[in-house]
Design a protein. Structure first.
Lengths: 311, 450
């Protein structure tokens, strides 16, 4: 025993000097590996964000080389801009409706596929298709589907005698946002389905067996055991949905361009219109910067509130 | 642990450094705005070896036919000028508008680019991004090759900034001859007759007008014609040039009222504000016989021909927008453009002379003949064609005392957007004509400063 003690003491001492020299190497290696990533991040994300804030302080039409510095005038205009607030309200509406529909339905499908096992494996692929399609292609497809005269939806309703329910799906300002939202849900539910399904397969089967032995019903198992165990995943899903809805652009742009008459205007579509169509690059940058701040704040707040100490 | 902290600090510094370096310095004041942003890409100096002059040429002929027309001209230019390389980039309409703005802003625009003349081109002219072509156009009186109205569209501050090339396109009411024959209808001479036709079509269960107004410009054609027929071209001109007119002039309000009357009479097929012209939703209504008419530019002739040759041969007809008895406008006037696409040269182009020579090939005699065969009407004097359809259009244009350029192409871009937004709102009955006029006038004051 005395010998081993001596041996470890000696080898410890031999190890120490090597650790000090290699610590520098170690640090250097880490830095070098991460450098390319950070360079990319800096060039494509951090600098554009800083640049947008700078541009928001200017009046610029996007094509001259000179930009006129006007301080916070754009920001003041933004605060008083009814179109921006309507856009923000539309974004919030999308946030709420996405959380209410996309996550629960995604969860339901995940439970279904989890229980169904091998027999329902093919549905995993089928349900995943909407997410795989290009948003632009889906948008154009659904424009035809929603055509009041020829589209699938209207024709189907008339065919089953519910013709009175037919609306001007994409032209009526009262209905249009919900029409597009339906397509957004169709596109993103598969994402949450896969997310939850993956998390569910991480729950050991023994837990289920034990619960059944103790007399739990499937219902109780889901609400009292599965759901709480998925809390972390649900939190992530909610955060992703929140952020995605606040910066949403694709389908709205393709299907309505924010219209008709601003009924589906979002912060992102308003930004594109101001910056690239109206030649107001300075104001467009203000909208972009405001979006950044709003989304950052809301996301951080939500993540903070939903934080739970890891067991 | 110390190594973790060191790593974090080093990375933070690197990130900050990359962010600080290419920061653009804002221009000091409106008085002397010529501070170039530091982030301007410098072009590598090019040695002028033979065969090494390079010209970039963007155009928006996205269908095969248009691409071929342009490529033919380019090929003939290259054959005659072997020392010049031409990079041709065909782009789609709306993406092109964005791409050009970004390229201009970044200081890297193409040598030759198209525009629809009017306000948007003038924005680029004011920004010093367009080459003044007056001298070259006057040489050998080249500008006399073109219809005067076309040259006027590209003239600002008494200088010529673009060459009219593509097409003469005016808005006419296309109608389905077979439906009209079946119901015993004839093309109307007056607006009242048109309203009567609208009623008869509705009674027969056919939508009078197909309208795809998601992109807002198709609907604005109705508004522009109503203004023109009610008050003549001077009302708009005075308001748009701020020479004693106003967008709140009673003519604009009355035009809005008539437009909404038309909407309330059910003249437009259902869903109009949500249908997309580019994906053919208004054409579908006409091909299927569910709608009988559409007010659209004469490029539609080529579209029908390519889309549905049966409809083109057996059904397609058109007549000019009818006269308003109580209006001051001349019923021969049309709304449209002489030239459609104009080609300009950017000031950043290294070889403007060669670029201008290339543009000349786009509209030389052979190109003019090819365009005529393709169903286009090049804006050149004395253009002849055997096509009876095109002959009809040419005679309508030649008889017009005035060609009113589309408002959204004439006005500065942001005012053009307000015009499109307000006219779409008029169609949707979500805005009163007075409110629409007020917004246009307020926008004009802001855009022009007076």
């Amino acid at each position: 025993m005395g010998d081993t003690f001596m041996a470890t003491a000696v080898s410890d001492r031999l190890r120490k000097p090597r650790r000090r020299a290699s610590q520098r190497e170690y640090t250097l290696t880490i830095v070098l590996f991460l450098l390319p990533l950070f360079a990319l991040l800096a060039v494509f994300i951090i600098w554009p964000i800083i640049s947008s804030f700078q541009l928001s302080l200017t009046k610029w039409n996007g094509i001259t080389t000179a930009r006129e510095f006007i301080g916070f005038a754009n920001w003041l205009q933004l605060l008083r801009d009814p179109v921006f607030w309507k856009a923000l309200a539309n974004n919030i509406l999308i946030v709420v409706l996405s959380l209410v529909f996309q996550l629960p339905i995604g969860m339901a499908l995940a439970v279904l596929l989890d229980k169904g096992g091998k027999r329902l494996r093919v549905f995993k692929t089928i349900y995943f298709f909407p997410l795989l399609m290009s948003s632009v292609a889906s948008g154009i497809l659904f424009k035809y589907v929603y055509d009041p005269t020829f589209g699938l939806v209207s024709s189907f309703l008339r065919g089953v005698g519910l013709g009175s329910l037919v609306r001007n799906w994409l032209g009526d300002p009262q209905v249009v946002l919900f029409s597009v939202l339906a397509v957004i849900c169709w596109e993103y539910i598969p994402f949450y389905m896969i997310l939850f399904l993956a998390a569910m397969t991480g729950i050991p089967e023994e837990l289920h067996e034990a619960a059944v032995i103790d007399g739990a019903t499937e219902n109780q198992y889901f609400w009292r055991i599965t759901l709480p165990l998925l809390y972390g995943t649900i939190r992530v899903a909610a955060a992703l949905s929140l952020i995605g809805s606040l910066k949403y652009f694709d389908l709205i742009w393709v299907m309505t361009e924010g219209g008709p008459t601003r009924a589906t205007e979002l912060m992102a579509t308003y930004m594109v219109k101001e910056a690239f169509q109206a030649f107001h690059m300075g104001y467009g940058s203000t909208i972009a910067s405001a979006m950044f701040v709003i989304i950052m704040v809301i996301a951080l707040v939500v993540l903070r509130i939903t934080r739970r100490k890891e067991a | 642990m110390r190594s973790k902290r060191t790593v974090a600090v080093i990375l933070a510094l690197v990130t900050l450094l990359s962010a600080c370096a290419p920061v653009a310095t804002p221009a000091p004041q409106a008085a002397g705005p010529t501070v170039a942003p530091a982030a301007q890409p410098t072009q590598a100096p090019q040695a002028a070896k033979p065969g090494e002059k390079k010209i970039t040429f963007w155009h928006i002929g996205s269908d095969e036919g248009s691409q071929k027309l342009i490529q033919d001209s380019v090929d003939r230019f290259i054959a005659a000028n072997p020392d010049v390389q031409v990079e041709v980039v065909p782009l789609q309409n709306d993406p092109f508008k964005t791409k050009l703005k970004v390229a201009m802003g970044a200081g890297d625009p193409p040598c030759i680019f198209p525009s629809w003349s009017g306000g948007p081109l003038y924005e680029y002219v004011k920004a010093g991004q367009v080459v003044d072509l007056t001298e070259w156009m006057n040489k050998d009186n080249y500008k006399n090759h073109f219809v005067d109205a076309a040259i006027n569209q590209a003239t600002f501050d008494s200088k010529i900034w673009g060459v009219p090339v593509e097409n003469t396109a005016v808005a006419l009411i296309f109608y389905n001859r077979q439906i009209f024959d079946k119901l015993g209808l004839k093309p109307p001479q007056t607006y009242d007759e048109l309203l009567d036709i609208v009623k008869k079509l509705k009674d027969a269960g056919i939508a009078p007008f197909a309208l795809a107004n998601k992109t807002k410009w198709p609907g604005s054609m109705y508004y522009m014609y109503l203004v023109d027929r009610l008050g003549g071209p001077d009302v708009f001109r005075k308001a748009a040039t701020r020479t004693g007119g106003s967008f709140e002039d009673p003519v604009f309000v009355e035009a809005g009222k008539r437009l909404q009357d038309l909407v309330k009479a059910g003249a437009f097929a259902e869903g109009y504000n949500g249908l997309d012209f580019d994906t053919g939703q208004s054409r579908m209504l006409q091909y299927s016989g569910k709608a009988a008419m559409e007010l659209m530019g004469t490029w539609n002739i080529g579209v029908f021909k390519g889309d549905n040759i049966d409809y083109y041969n057996n059904n397609m007809g058109f007549f000019p927008f009818p006269a308003l008895k109580d209006g001051k406008g001349d019923p021969s006037d049309v709304v449209g453009t002489i030239g459609d696409n104009f080609y300009s040269i950017s000031t950043k182009c290294k070889y403007p002379q060669e670029a201008f020579a290339l543009i000349k090939y786009l509209i030389d005699d052979q190109a003019v003949a090819e365009r005529g065969k393709a169903g286009l009407i090049p804006p050149v004097k004395g253009f002849m064609t055997d096509d009876p359809v095109l002959k009809q259009v040419i005679s309508i244009v030649e008889n017009a005392k005035n060609v009113q350029l589309w408002y959204d192409q004439y006005l500065p871009p942001d005012l053009g957007e307000i015009h499109k937004d307000t006219s779409q709102a008029l169609f949707g009955l979500t805005m009163t004509p007075e409110e629409a006029a007020k917004q246009m006038e307020a926008g004009a004051k802001k855009a022009f400063g007076k």
